[in-house]
Design a protein around this ligand. Sequence first.
Ligand code: MBD
Ligand code: FE
Length: 289
Amino acid sequence: MTDQNTTDESQARAADSGAGATAAFQSKTGQGAGLEDVTPERVSTLATEVLAAVHDTIRRHKVTYAEYDALKAWLISVGEDGEWPLFLDVWVEHVVEEVANEGRECTKGSIEGPYYVPDAPALPADAKLPMREDESGTPLLFQGQVTRVGGDVVAGAKVEIWQADALGFYSQYAPGIPEWNLRGTVIADDEGRYRIHTLQPAPYQIPTDGSCGKLIAAAGWHAWRPAHLHLKVSAPDHRLITTQLYFPGDPHNEDDIASAVKPELMLDIEPAESGEGEQTTYNFVLDPA
Ligand code: MBD
Ligand code: FE
């Protein structure tokens, strides 16, 4: 996942995070898993419609052989860089998430993205996320309560949280960061409450030196996601929520490259009662299974 010769996250390269995200996805799904689980009718319908949309675009814009070859070269490089997970999660996942969670009454979901790692160390309801001694960033107390639709508390709910560090890098996807840095599985108390001591995350720029970065530069787009916390909230007999939370005032809340910001997911930040840094309360509501 990380290059033996790079020991510092400032030297992180797209190929490191890309290879890591591809390997993580393959270990989650099992190599080659997928197509055989979808019926032939469904594969045929979806592939036919996607291809028809491509054909239509070519006709409408009179795509040239030079452009066709540029596309072919770029698609090949996405695979070589391991950036298919990044590409798909940035530009496609938000619509899959929208469709998957249509009609749910629970807290709004958002995309998982490429950097989730299951089974982060379990932490008590009042916990500090694993971080380096000199981890930079403003202290942030993230607290709240998990209930179910209707209002009953969900005792012992599982609140998985992962986030980028102050330089915008995720542990296990950039060199030189401790394995579980800024990741944890917080077990809420008997009233479903949690108090997570972490740091305000930084805005995140997707790697500019890989194929996704090349597409962004060639199109004249920007590469930014607003600062965000990733969460998965779950409990037995309830449906899992995968979501992200955002910080008011971030200039990229309005133009997230991954289109994953929703008004319901905006945090309300206030000065910490402890006098150190900030605090915020966000409550989760789970659907019964
Ligand atoms: C991220 O941190 C992220 O959350 C997404 C969705 C895509 C790229 C990087
Ligand atoms: Fe992220």
